[in-house]
Design a protein around this ligand. Sequence first.
Ligand code: GLV
Ligand code: MN
Ligand code: MN
Length: 395
Amino acid sequence: MIDPSRFLSDLHNLRRFGAHDDGVIRTAYSRPDISARDWLAGQMASAGLNPQFDAMGNLFGLADGPSLLLGSHTDSQPTGGWLDGALGVIAALEVARAAQEVGGPKISVVSFQDEEGRFGVTTGSAVWSGLLPLTEADTLVDHEGVTLAQARAVLGDRVSGDVGPDLFTGFIELHIEQGPTLDNNDEQIGVVTDIVGIRDRVVTLTGQQNHAGTTPMALRRDAFQGLSAFNTRLNERLRNVVVPQSVWTIGHVDLTPNASSIVPGQVRFSIQWRDGDAERLRRMQEVIEATLNEVATETGLEVAMAPLLGLEPVEMDHALRARLEAGAETIAPGRWRRMPSGALHDATNVARLMPVAMLFVPSIGGVSHAFSENTNEVDLVAGLHVLAHAAGVEQ
Ligand code: GLV
Ligand code: MN
Ligand code: MN
């Protein structure tokens, strides 16, 4: 039987790995991430599942024979919340354990690696799904210049080999919403209709490092001024192209040399944009590139754009979605809705291989990717029951 208190206690046990403030610091391949995966492998084994690490560090807990796959990720953002990813993995563990106890149905569990993109965008599931070849992934670098190949060496002899997707009949991911919709409307469950697409790239603007006291303003080639002008102009230029659901973010900025008395010679920054429509993503890209080139020319800077990373928008499988909708109507009658996901998920990559569906529970205040991320226990448990219902473990 599904045991909500065992589920909540496991969720708090996982929270201890990399605990910081009310959240976690458990980035992919860090010591807390690997310790959490070792702990999870032990829990999987105790639940009667066969734990297997693949070369990326994706951790599967396999049922015996063809099974429905449930899960999410246990790595976190550099400063992350305790539920992002963790909820879907621990709920999967509880559903699989309950299924083992009563002799079926067959449920396997996964914790994908680097969903939070230390090295790219949902890197572990991108490799597992075949979207990104491992040899190519290995050359990706994090913001400190560490390659994925170097980082994943920490897995050592944990790696047991490939886990083929043909073992699984479908995939369901439970996740926190990470936005305000359910909380604002006092609803308990969101059944996801589709997941937005994303584009993400690193840009470098290079000017001339110089003395901040002696270099006349008119002669400067100041990389920060270039970034600042780009950001302001981009917000104006995108206005004609975007809809209210479109988002764009400059989230990581590395200014060189980053000193008060030096005109900065170089800035390296991320620019990321998301939308549910692939054509709009393309139009946003055109505006971004044109604005960058324009500002670079005007300010005497050189612009270099790293390869574009991204995922396409995807629709959820209708049959699996219907099972979640039936579960939502049973557990939270009149308090659920269908909704798109503005956050990315491993489900996007897994959808290349098998039918996929997702469900959300509310995020208090719509806050996520922050230490203060939280969800009421009653909502966490409601999500667990809807998942168990859709998996055929509860009626
Ligand atoms: C994944 O957490 C994302 O960036 O949406
Ligand atoms: Mn997540
Ligand atoms: Mn996240």
